[in-house]
Design a protein around this ligand. Sequence first.
Ligand SMILES: NC(=O)c1ccc[n+]([C@@H]2O[C@H](COP(=O)([O-])OP(=O)(O)OC[C@H]3O[C@@H](n4cnc5c(N)ncnc54)[C@H](OP(=O)(O)O)[C@@H]3O)[C@@H](O)[C@H]2O)c1
Length: 433
Amino acid sequence: MAEPFKIAIAGLGTIGVGTLRLFESQRELLEARCQRPLIVTSVSARDRSIDRQINLDGYAWFDDAVGLAVESDADVVVELIGGSDGIARQVCEAALDAGKHVVTANKALIAVAGTELALKAEAANVSLGFEAAVCAGMPIIKMLREGLAANSFSRIYGILNGTCNYILSHMYETGREYKDVLTEAQRLGYAEANPSFDVDGVDSAHKLAILTSLAFGSVVNFDDVYVEGIRHISSLDIIYANELGYRIKLLGITEFSDNGIFQRVHPTMVPCGSPIAGVEGVMNAVVCEGNFSGTTMMEAQGAGAGPTASAVIGDILDFANGRSARTFGIPANSLSKLPGVPMEENRSSCYLRLMVVDRPGVFADIAAIMRDQEISMESVLQRVKAEDQTVPVVITTHDTDEAAIQRALKSIDLLDSVKERPTMIRIENTSNQ
Ligand SMILES: NC(=O)c1ccc[n+]([C@@H]2O[C@H](COP(=O)([O-])OP(=O)(O)OC[C@H]3O[C@@H](n4cnc5c(N)ncnc54)[C@H](OP(=O)(O)O)[C@@H]3O)[C@@H](O)[C@H]2O)c1
């Protein structure tokens, strides 16, 4: 057998320990697949005294993760600490500067500093792997960078966050409200105690920025992603969406146009019959629209120790086998700086839910606002109750400029008869899957 391939792991939480466990249980198979021993030589975490339910005796322990990156004898440093800056970034930079390959599951870091890290890796002639950073068990990085490399892409979209998909799926199945389902998701371990990165769409935006760079050969530009989360979605919206033939999903969508790259994350109504509408629970899915491949959809578990460790070790196997790909498909110094398309330039049909007092003339006021903004309505649903009670009025529009919809929502919100902030959900055509 050839020389051993040596591995150092920084971070021994859910994914770090999951990675060690996978090495332990799959050692023979992994070594057969790279024809050399794979040896974890050293590890680092904050607190050595924690019982991690795994035997760490055989590994050199580093209190300082940057020390591990520089001083360990590893060929690859695996960063499993997390965070877009601070220690995680220092570990990756130090390892690359020391001429070591880096594997990370850290989407926040790659979304914020991916281009700089790729430049460093390429300057040092080593590889930077981040398959685990986007949708964990789904090899979407490889698919875009290698399997579908012959294609130009017009649009890529997907369900990039399992927590949000669990909450929206469960609201659909049970008719329960967002807060109630979130609490249950936290109890089951599907949502963090502080869920804001997930439910406010930031986690999806991190992943989307990475996919955009791979798909369009552009610098990673997280700052240009429009982000809207799912907190405002009510069970009423889910019921009305269903009546109208849609499911509500938190989608990340990236598109290439003459004006630049348009990246957005927001709750989206997708036609019930389209495959992405059927992606339920904690599952993730990504749809790639290639000009020669046609539409390709991949669905997988997007988080958890097993799927994420699987992706981490997939990258390690590549490096142990001497396989390397350019970080974002093309040399990092030739990634383009295409402008970001602002959300105001979006054009889509929309769903609006207005909670209004049921009395004569109310709908005429709403219709006048829509007319003034040149918004064409496609359908209106109104449930009749006793006069002067609050009732939902649900409107869908034909394709409309985002700016016009926003102006209309502002005016509608000012009407005396409108009792809650209007809810608007964009409708996306996903039926060409
Ligand atoms: N969890 C998932 O399902 C999932 C899925 C995909 C990607 N990821 C990504 O994987 C990474 C790790 O996530 P995780 O869930 O495993 O996190 P975690 O359970 O919170 O573990 C983080 C680990 O980092 C260690 N750490 C923190 N600060 C450190 C420092 N200054 N020096 C050395 N070690 C330090 C912690 O040490 P102590 O244990 O001593 O406190 C802990 O072992 C993150 O980037 C995350 O976004 C996670």
